[in-house]
Design a protein around this ligand. Structure first.
Ligand code: HEC
Length: 321
């Protein structure tokens, strides 16, 4: 079986201080004092064609056996490797057969989280870069995405974004035709290390049953162009990436000096195809950045983070060991 039980522990955390929470509560809606909310630096790096199938490939990935046995998480082995990996992979090699050229391979992103007025807020800020030599996405300069799960998908808890990235996805080594969008192994009756999940889809009724049980990932995306308001998109991933018809996530964007600053907000109560955000529960987050008009797999991605919510705080921490 490709996917097994995981074991994880949290080794590092940042907690909002009580005074920060009180300050936030005393202020009007949507006016968190971000200056008093600690930031976690999330390393975004270019992952090339390292699919989930590659992760489990013992010939290609030296961590495969121990990852499969859940002896270590990705962060447990790789926290700190992100800048070097990104800069190497983006120029092409074993794990990137078709480099774009002129790209940066690593971007540090500052992430702050807070609860306020019945919403979870996420403030992301990262350095801008110059224009693209060629545009894959003609509509948006930049897209920033957050994926969220309430531990419904073990592979996402252990491996973050790689749970939805497959060897048969668009412009990946085994893509047929246009290739697949993001999907979870849970949506397929059979997964193969050589070919991915292909068209081995569960029936519609089985997929609906999984959605009903809450087995899916949620995503929030802000689509950005300089000088224009952010466009918010949200949706879920099970058998493919699916946008919700009307987003409940809102996003605002500002440009300060050389950085983008995006603020997401989502009600704690779950809408359709969303996770309920409840105190005392643990969530897993992953982040992705399409800069320079890129699309599909040509993004920068993060390893996975743990989010815990309590009565007033939202705490992001690295999933280690
Ligand atoms: C038990 C330790 C271990 C675990 C767990 C592990 N890896 Fe690795 N990984 C390695 C080693 C060792 C290498 C190769 C040595 C190097 O380049 O530093 C590697 C290489 C990589 C590379 C570099 C590929 C390249 O072309 O340079 C990436 C990306 C990567 N791993 C991602 C992941 C992700 C994502 C996870 C979790 C889903 C993961 N790894 C889990 C040990 C691990």
């Amino acid at each position: 079986m490709l996917f097994q039980q995981q074991r994880k522990s949290v080794v590092q955390g940042i907690v909002l201080s009580g005074s920060a929470i009180l300050t936030a509560l005393a202020m009007p809606a949507q006016a968190v004092d971000w200056g008093s909310v600690p930031a976690t630096e999330v390393g975004l790096f270019f992952p090339g064609q390292t699919s989930l199938e590659w992760i489990y490939g013992k010939r290609d990935h030296d961590g495969a056996a121990r990852y499969q046995k859940r002896k270590k998480t990705c962060q447990g082995c790789h926290d700190g490797d992100q800048p070097e990996y990104g800069k190497n992979i983006v120029t092409g090699g074993d794990t990137e057969a078709d480099p774009l050229g002129g790209r940066r391979g690593y971007v540090p992103m500052q992430v702050q989280l807070a609860q306020e007025g019945g919403n979870l807020l996420a403030r992301l800020s990262w350095p801008k870069t110059g224009p693209a030599a060629s545009k894959q996405d003609g509509d948006f300069d930049t897209k920033v995405t957050l994926m969220l799960d309430d531990q419904s998908v073990e592979e996402f808890t252990a491996g973050g974004c790689w749970a939805v990235c497959h060897i048969d996805s668009k412009r990946m080594p085994e893509a047929e035709g246009d290739g697949k969008t993001k999907y979870l192994a849970e949506s397929r009756s059979k997964m193969s290390k050589k070919k991915g999940g292909g068209d081995n889809l569960l029936s519609d009724a089985e997929l609906q049953a999984l959605l009903g049980k809450g087995v899916f990932l949620e995503f929030w995306q802000a689509q950005l162009n300089p000088g224009q308001p952010a466009k918010a998109v949200d949706g879920y991933i099970l058998s493919e990436r699916t946008n919700n018809p009307a987003p409940t996530v809102s996003a605002t964007a500002t440009e300060t000096g050389d950085s983008w600053v995006v603020e997401f907000s989502r009600p704690l109560a779950a809408g359709a195809n969303q996770k309920a955000l409840t105190a005392g529960k643990n969530y897993t987050l992953g982040f992705a950045l399409h800069d320079q008009n890129t699309e599909g797999r040509y993004h920068l991605t993060s390893l996975q983070y743990n989010l815990s919510l309590d009565g007033g705080a939202a705490t992001l921490s690295i999933v280690g060991e």
